[in-house]
Ligand binder design. Structure first.
Ligand SMILES: Nc1nc2c(ncn2[C@@H]2O[C@H](COP(=O)(O)OP(=O)(O)O)[C@@H](O)[C@H]2O)c(=O)[nH]1
Ligand SMILES: [Mg+2]
Length: 207
């Protein structure tokens, strides 16, 4: 799968080989949990973000208590692309779609997640409840997902066992930690997701 050399930023192949499987993946989670940051960190092309300046109208709805520097919000989605191993023509090319975090934008959820093979559910342990709704939507859409705790400074220590119990995760749902700002950490997160998606695919194919 991905090699260390594939982590050099901005070294995608000039073209996408026909043999490469294209995988649509979703980065989901609540408001301010790091979705846009993760897509930006990994994308080998300049990622697209439909960010809007937040206005005072959003103040009662979008809490900025934990992300005081945040001045924009994703109204529809983020988009980025990552070739897992540019040297291997059969390595998957990931198309990453960040979902809008706020409940009021969930009418675009179906469009953004349509055809997705897997998802990363980002979690901020300072306010895990922000990601509950995205988790429900992933369950309803039957999209395989992993949970990635985005370790923000100041987040309380919570053991993985407690997180699993709190989210009522099945034993087979991977739970990992990441730093959405760090390219290597974000790539590791996506590799773990691709492994999970492939495991499920093989299990389904064997049935
Ligand atoms: N310290 C820290 N800040 C982060 C991390 N991930 C995101 N942020 C910051 O948290 C804020 C919200 O992130 P953003 O990606 O816009 O969240 P989104 O609403 O889920 O797209 C931004 O100011 C980011 O710079 C992280 O892992 N650590
Ligand atoms: Mg965003």
């Amino acid at each position: 799968m991905a090699s260390a050399t594939s982590r050099t930023p901005h070294s995608p192949p000039d073209y996408i080989p026909e043999a490469a499987p294209l995988l649509k993946l979703v980065v989901a989670g609540g408001f301010g949990v790091g979705k846009t940051t993760l897509v930006q960190a990994v994308s080998e092309m300049r990622s697209l973000h439909t960010e809007q300046k937040m206005t005072t109208a959003s103040v009662p709805v979008d809490s900025l208590d934990h992300t005081p520097d945040k001045t924009t919000t994703t109204i529809t989605m983020d988009f980025g692309r990552l070739t897992l191993d540019p040297a291997d023509p059969r390595a998957p090319v990931l198309y990453l779609f960040g979902t809008p975090g706020q409940t009021r934008f969930h009418n675009v959820w179906n469009d953004v997640t349509y055809g997705a093979r897997g998802a990363v559910l980002l979690l901020d342990l300072r306010r895990p409840q922000e990601s509950f709704e995205a988790m429900d939507l992933l369950e309803k859409s039957a999209i395989p997902y992993i949970v990635a705790v985005n370790d923000f400074p100041g987040a309380p220590y919570v053991s993985d066992t407690t997180v699993r119990e709190g989210l009522d995760l099945t034993e087979t749902t991977p739970l990992i930690h990441c730093d959405a700002r760090d390219r290597n950490s974000a790539i590791d997160t996506l590799i773990r997701l691709v492994q999970h998606v492939m495991t499920i695919y093989r299990q389904d194919a064997a049935r």
